[in-house]
Design a protein around this ligand. Structure first.
Ligand code: ATP
Ligand code: MG
Length: 549
């Protein structure tokens, strides 16, 4: 009877215990699914494990990569060792117990660590005598292990292991969910950071676009973009103000409609040059405003590319009316000055020839009369000396008068005057001068301004050659093509460094080249000085006879 009572008591308490265990497991299942934080899930696991198995210490290791197991949560080690263990990871490749667990995917029990050769001692876990590990399996893979320790050997029973294993499936799926949740959170955070970054970049872009737009809109110069056909795609406010057309009247229309007809070819040429050189070009053209006014503008433009492909042209046009007016005024003053100088020379030349020349001729005639009446030998020789002196003075006056303004230039034109001047020059200097004239008619006349400018430039260039070049051969060349008249004076002398002369000219005034330049500009032409030290010099003057496109 006693035995029966004892048996039934034992059965009752076992039943009670197993009911309790079932309740704990049910609660654990609920608690484990309640949370998505990995840390909380691991803590919950260790909590419920302690209710099922009376362990001294325990930990959860999670698999990291191929074979590494990292201790991710631990409980009660400090109670035995006075500190939390410092071990953080085990490698299944070198740890036979973990290796076995991974291979079999079954729990492993070590009844006494002192008798287990494969046991790996680590700091902070020296108290562990009895140990078992339960694999955490998800989708058939070991994703972790929870390891349960007792300071007493042979403590854990099969029942303990079985109870602990009952937690494993739910624990593994809770851990997996938490890990996935963590990964998702990580991705979301990354995504958020990327979105924030993109937003920042977009804001910066918007800001820079805004700045560019402001710059574009408020620029004082007209700015435009046109496509490869020359149709305007965008223009700024200054372009509207300059042309008098509204933006709508410009955008979509071709540049041909706004540029002076005679300049269209020039703009096209510059466009082609831009495409060929991939660089910027600058030129001057006249824009025809809405009210018909002609506005001179200086354009600088460049090709624009998108992904390496040419898509259009961006340009800036500056109203240069004021500059043009100033330039024209300057050119006019210069022209007037040169004309006044030439008039003065002509007047002095005439006076020298007509008045002084006549006085000297009269003196000479008087001296001749006196000579005829004179009987004294001595006086006769003095009179002859005087006649010679007057002859010399007459020659000097004639030369001076011719140099000042050769009458041939006015009477017979540029080529005759040049030939005559060069002939006289060659005789005087002993230098070889060739004259090459490429004109259909050598007697062709050009404007007085051009003829004078050409003659004076040739005169100064030839004077410079005698003074500086030490040349032996000179070529004077005049040619005309459909657009321009060219004069060139070339020597084979010592040459000079044009650039350093330009710099020096700011400090030391030499007038010859400057006056050549001024004459060229005043006559609407341009001068080109080409000199190579020890090879020679060429001064080339080009005067446009028509508008050059
Ligand atoms: N054909 C030439 N060969 C070599 N050097 C030259 C030649 N022409 C000009 N030069 C150099 O250029 C300089 C400037 O010439 P520029 O005619 O302006 O002044 P200049 O002849 O020295 O003085 P001036 O004002 O009296 O003409 C000369 O001093 C000389 O060094
Ligand atoms: Mg000179």
């Amino acid at each position: 009877m006693k035995t029966n009572t004892a048996e039934s008591n034992g059965r009752l308490s076992r039943e009670k215990a197993s009911r309790q265990d079932a309740e704990i497991l049910r609660d654990a299942n609920i608690a484990l699914t309640e949370n998505l934080s990995l840390e909380k899930v691991l803590e919950t696991l260790l909590d419920f494990l302690s209710k099922l198995v009376p362990y001294d210490s325990a930990n959860v290791m999670l698999r990291n990569g191929d074979s590494q197991f990292v201790v991710s949560a631990l409980r009660s080690y400090e109670e035995f060792q006075g500190e939390t263990p410092r071990f953080i990871a085990f490698d299944a490749k070198t740890n036979p117990i973990l290796q076995h667990l991974c291979l079999t995917k079954q729990s492993v029990v070590v009844p006494d660590t002192h008798r287990e050769t494969g046991w790996q001692w680590v700091n902070g876990a020296g108290h562990v005598r009895n140990w078992f590990g339960v694999p955490l399996l998800a989708s058939g893979k070991v994703i972790g292990v929870y390891s349960v320790d007792k300071a007493e050997p042979f403590f854990f029973q099969e029942e303990h292991v079985r109870l602990a294993e009952k937690l494993a499936a739910r624990a593994a799926s809770a851990i997996r969910n938490a890990q996935l949740f963590e990964q998702t959170q990580h991705h979301v955070a990354e995504l958020e950071e990327r979105i924030a970054e993109r937003k920042r970049a977009e804001a910066a872009l918007r800001e820079s676009e805004e700045r560019y737009r402001e710059l574009f809109e408020n620029a004082r110069d007209a700015i435009y973009v046109h496509d490869l056909e020359g149709n305007y795609m965008s223009v700024n406010r200054a372009a509207e103000q300059l042309s008098g057309y509204t933006r709508d009247e410009i955008v979509g229309h071709n540049f041909v409609e706004f540029v002076a007809e005679e300049h269209v070819r020039h703009v096209r040429k510059s466009f082609c040059a831009k495409l060929a050189e991939q660089g910027a070009t600058s030129y001057e053209v006249d824009v025809i405003a809405k009210d018909g006014r002609r506005i001179p503008v200086e354009v600088s433009s460049r090709a624009i590319y998108e992904n390496g492909l040419l898509v259009g042209v961006q340009g800036m046009a500056r109203d240069i009316t004021e500059r043009k007016v100033a330039q024209d005024a300057l050119q006019m003053f210069s022209r007037q000055l040169i004309e006044a100088q030439e008039d003065e020379r002509r007047r002095i030349a005439r006076e020298l020839h007509d008045q002084i020349g006549q006085v000297l001729t009269a003196i000479k005639m008087n001296l001749h009369t006196v000579q005829q009446d004179c009987n004294s030998m001595e006086a006769g020789s003095h009179i002859k000396d005087n006649i010679d002196a007057v002859d010399e003075a007459l020659r000097l006056v004639r030369d001076l008068s011719i140099d000042l303004r050769p009458p041939l230039l006015d009477d017979l034109g540029l080529v005759t005057a040049l030939r005559w001047y060069v002939d006289r020059y060659a005789k005087r200097t002993g230098l070889n001068v060739d004259v090459v004239i490429k004109l259909a008619d050598e007697n062709e006349r050009f404007s007085r301004e051009v003829e004078t400018a050409c003659f004076r430039i040739a005169q100064e260039a030839l004077t410079n050659i005698v003074r500086h070049a030490q040349a032996s051969q000179i070529l004077v060349y005049v040619a005309k093509d459909e657009n321009s008249l060219t004069l060139s004076v070339k020597d084979d002398g010592v040459g000079f460094d044009v650039e350093s002369l330009r710099k020096r000219a700011k400090r030391v005034a030499t007038l010859g080249l400057i006056s050549m330049q001024e004459r060229a500009h005043a006559a609407g032409g341009a001068i080109d000085i080409n000199s190579v030290p020890s090879e020679g010099t060429e001064i080339r003057f080009k005067f446009p006879l028509e508008y050059e496109l």
